[in-house]
Design a protein. Structure first.
Length: 91
């Protein structure tokens, strides 16, 4: 759910700069939300590439955002790897 909300915010932010890309992101998110189950939302938002343009720009401008994004990714990697190592279902 957090990933879906993050990408909704990025889609709205995209409206100011790239309308076509924003419509793609928001329409894709509408399909995800319409399903009614956000438990697999991360799988679906990964392909919303225009939102990553904004994340890249934010990381380029601010070292704090870059560090935060990197640490969140490393934390996620550690958690999912440890779950896999003990045989827990990672989905």
């Amino acid at each position: 759910m957090v990933a879906t909300l993050l990408f909704v915010a990025l889609g709205v932010w995209l409206l100011k700069r790239f309308t076509g890309y924003a419509l793609y992101v928001l329409a894709s998110l509408a399909l995800i939300v319409e399903r009614g189950n956000l438990s697999s939302g991360v799988r679906y938002v990964v392909v919303l590439f225009p939102a990553f343009f904004l994340l890249g720009e934010a990381m380029k401008r601010s070292r704090a955002v870059d560090r935060l994004y990197t640490m969140a990714g490393l934390l996620g990697l550690a958690v999912l790897t440890s779950w896999f190592a003990v045989g827990r279902w990672v989905g």
